[in-house]
Design a protein around this ligand. Structure first.
Ligand code: NAD
Ligand code: MG
Length: 405
């Protein structure tokens, strides 16, 4: 069973009542672009809950503008400051991971936008599914860490719906609309290739955070930008596509398309390929997810086809970007494999961003952690929690650093 149901009830699409959103990760790149849509289409969307990890002043400023009924900050020690700023305005404030989960299942919320980064997105998403919510899923790590489990949970909670925000998966969803899923031959997930596409391996190994943060086409949060530079982001997206659309791993491939205009493609049995094109602007896939696979007028700039004389496609180079191999490995071994990859990556990327390790150590830290970590073949939720904690501890040990999250 695919997680994403791509036959949308026309009744759903015509619904024009105000949709109340809980935006988890409101101060981030996806969160702010979601709020831009709320700002532009106030008759369709209301920010009912806003949350952030630690950026308390930015969160308070957003709350003053959007007047949600509840604001949640993940770091408990920041609750007091937020309370002082927002309670005079009649906005409720809560803090901590449990408060985030409670917000995701609140009866006052119709759709949860999971725009937090990394493993922190898993539990609120699980709770939103259990509460039967609609979910605009940006936090791909949820499906990477626990795809098998989320698939089971979705089958047990048929009123819950997941709409992908990731541009590639939104593109696939758009290509699949109106098609027979049994006639799909393969999914072709495009990748920009990141800032190091044309670099030699020895130079890539020594790249700095400033180098890695210079993404050619997209302006995103720091963690996903580094994941794009290692191409682990693409490995994660292959895993994400497998669970969302229920297509076997061997029929999902990545192709490098440096212009980021074709956002992904679907090939069908008859040889036809459908592609979705557009300017690289995340507001388009965000709006498509918020609208439950329907379209809003004027979301992004039109694409000028005359300027598109040079769209190129090439096979990714796994020798330069060995992290790509973690997709195949994860989908072959399954169990807690991808959870371990994700945990080790989060620790290594944080150390890399702090300038403590060279770029090349991200891959080797993940590989080494995988060798040492406990493998659980049929994990339940508690096993993912344990596996994530273990992989972080092992990765930190590997790097000789203290674990601070
Ligand atoms: P970001 O770093 O810009 O923002 C992350 C948000 O999450 C911030 O609001 C932050 O305060 C919050 N946060 C961080 N740690 C938290 C925690 N422990 N608990 C609660 N909240 C926490 O990240 P982003 O680029 O917006 O990415 C968000 C998610 O969307 C990621 O999973 C990413 O892979 C995915 N995504 C992003 C893009 C993009 O264009 N930025 C595209 C596709 C997918
Ligand atoms: Mg993507």
């Amino acid at each position: 069973m695919p997680i994403f149901i791509f036959f949308v009830n026309l009744q759903d699409m015509r619904e024009d009542s105000l949709k109340r959103l809980a935006i988890l990760g409101a101060t981030g790149s996806i969160g702010m672009q979601t709020l831009d849509i709320v700002r532009r289409y106030p008759e369709l969307y209301r920010a009912e809950v806003l949350s952030a990890g630690s950026r308390v002043d930015e969160l308070a400023a957003l709350a003053r503008e959007f007047r949600p009924s509840l604001v949640v900050i993940a770091r408990r020690e920041l609750e007091g400051r937020l309370r002082a700023a927002l309670e005079p305005l009649g906005i409720a404030v809560s803090s901590g991971p449990e408060a985030l989960c409670a917000a995701a299942e609140s009866p006052d919320v119709d759709m949860v936008v999971t725009a937090t980064v990394g493993y922190s997105g898993l539990e609120p998403t699980v709770r939103a599914i259990r509460a039967g919510k609609e979910i605009a899923l940006a936090n791909k790590e949820t499906l990477v860490v626990a795809g098998e489990y989320i698939r089971r949970l979705m089958a047990e909670n048929p009123s819950a719906r997941i709409f992908p925000v990731d541009s590639e998966h939104s593109a696939v969803a758009q290509c699949l609309a109106g098609e027979d899923p049994d006639k799909v031959r393969r999914l072709i997930i495009t990748a920009s290739g990141g800032p190091f596409r044309t670099w030699e391996p020895a130079r890539i190994a020594q790249a700095t955070a400033a180098d890695a943060l210079r993404h050619p086409n997209w302006n995103m949060g720091a963690k996903i930008t580094v994941d794009s530079a290692t191409m682990l982001n693409k490995a994660f997206e292959l895993i994400e596509a497998h669970y969302l659309f229920d297509i076997p791993a061997e029929r999902i491939e990545a192709v490098v398309h440096p212009q980021s205009i074709v956002h992904s493609m679907v090939e069908f049995e008859d040889g036809a390929i459908k592609a979705q094109l557009g300017v690289p602007d995340m507001r388009l896939p965000i709006a498509y997810a918020l609208g439950r696979s329907s379209r809003l007028a004027g979301v992004s700039e039109p694409l000028s086809l005359e300027k598109m004389s040079n769209l190129t496609f090439e096979a990714p180079d796994e020798r330069k970007f060995p992290c790509l191999g973690f997709a195949r490995l994860s989908l072959e071994r399954r169990g807690t494999t991808a959870c371990t990859v994700n945990g080790a990556n989060e620790v290594a990327v944080a150390a890399f961003l702090q300038g403590r390790i060279p770029f090349g150590r991200i891959y080797s830290t993940i590989a080494r952690t995988l060798e040492r970590a406990t493998f659980i073949a049929n994990p339940d939720f508690a096993d993912y929690v344990a596996s994530n904690a273990e992989s972080r501890r092992l990765a930190a040990e590997e790097l000789g650093i203290a674990l601070n999250n």
